[in-house]
Design a protein around this ligand. Sequence first.
Ligand SMILES: Cc1cc2nc3c(=O)[nH]c(=O)nc-3n(C[C@H](O)[C@H](O)[C@H](O)COP(=O)(O)OP(=O)(O)OC[C@H]3O[C@@H](n4cnc5c(N)ncnc54)[C@H](O)[C@@H]3O)c2cc1C
Length: 446
Amino acid sequence: MTSPDVIVIGAGCAGLAAACALADRGARVLVLEARGRLGGRATAFQDRESGEWVDNGQHVLMGCYHETRKYLARVGASDAVQFQPQLAFTCVDRDGRVSTLACPDWRPPYHLAGGLLRWKALGWGDRLAATRIMGGLQAARRAITHGAAPPVLPGETVAAWLARYRQTPRLVALLWEPLAIAALNQSIQQAEAAPFVRILGQIFSDDPFDAALGVPARPLHEVFGEPARAYLEARGGQVRLDSLSRVVLAGDRVAYVDTRGTSIRARTVILAVPWFGLSGVLRGSEQGPMAELLAREALRESSSIVSVNLWLERGALPAPFVGLPERTFHWMFDKRWAFGEAASHITLVASGADEVLRQSNEELGALALREATDAIPSLRQARVQRILPVREPNATFSLAAGQPPRSGPGTPVQGLLLAGDWTDTGLPATIEGAVLSGHKAAAAVA
Ligand SMILES: Cc1cc2nc3c(=O)[nH]c(=O)nc-3n(C[C@H](O)[C@H](O)[C@H](O)COP(=O)(O)OP(=O)(O)OC[C@H]3O[C@@H](n4cnc5c(N)ncnc54)[C@H](O)[C@@H]3O)c2cc1C
């Protein structure tokens, strides 16, 4: 394709969502991706030893991911994510007690109150504390419905927001911390409350399904990447892998896009690269109109995720996923529940994992195995066949205080737009944030 209408640089969820929305409107879109596979930070690779597809990290979606669900429906991949009907999860506390939080079919947020009242893991003091936060959830919900800012105090962290509603240590450890760390990928002491409260407002909306958790039923590239590629190609678009690209500016206009030594021109270029990829894609434009953005994004910090995949002969979890509160690995997923015969591994996930990021594979494997078998003693009988850690040092952007402000899709350069989870969506670094940013960029082209 030599003269596309739009060039999208980056085939993560943001770039693919933008490209598909534009293709839907009849645009000829060229997507250029530096890596040899689609999906960016939501992808999978084939493990050489087992032959199985392994995600770069387990992803969990929520019913309130409306833009993501729209994107999946558009590319015909709605069935690639298995959603539960209502919020429910099993966890194993530090003392090994197994319990399940299951919300009844009541009007939100009372379905959560009902679930918490019945949750065996909690005492009456914890349940009473839970009723105190219902007002906070209602306020969050009202703010989101009216397009207002989340009701938090300036500079308030998630931990401080929870303390304002006098949540007990056990309720924080068993419910709020696992939810927050999964959504924010940062400790509740560090992360600012606003994005979390925004998500809570969305989760506890009028529709109880918004709080349901969804787990991909296929390796990630088959959920977000390949269906989008097929969708684009069927509409005259093209996706090129192994195509590290650079935008060359001429004053406040895009002169051309350079990819593998070829120059391509288009009326609109969408940069859908992560914040840490901007300096590369705009190399040579450090002094021009993009200087301010580049300087800002150079200051944005990252938060890491470490996953350890375990192949255990005859080892299985009692549920598709299990929360492991107050441990290094916060959640454990049995891929067989989601993938069926195609997988035989268990994945443990440590979010906000900077403390263990530099541990050796052996140390990580031993830690993951210890935490898994402490929580589920029956796993001790299973023979360990293989251990495969995966590190993502730049999994998400930091939500700690002092991070630079986030940019909208527009730039000072004519025809140059931005997309990516790090742009100004109000959401943390999530699939939903990425897809929303892609849809916003596509709308800005119009
Ligand atoms: C291990 C892990 C677990 C996660 N868990 C969850 C979860 O449970 N739920 C959730 O909602 N979110 C989760 N996330 C976050 C989510 O994956 C990201 O927010 C989302 O995928 C970001 O998408 P993006 O398109 O904005 O960016 P990316 O996915 O980073 O895509 C950007 C693309 O641009 C490409 N690129 C960069 N520079 C160039 C260049 N010069 N030329 C061409 N291409 C270039 C990159 O190769 C990449 O493919 C997780 C992330 C990780 C890493």
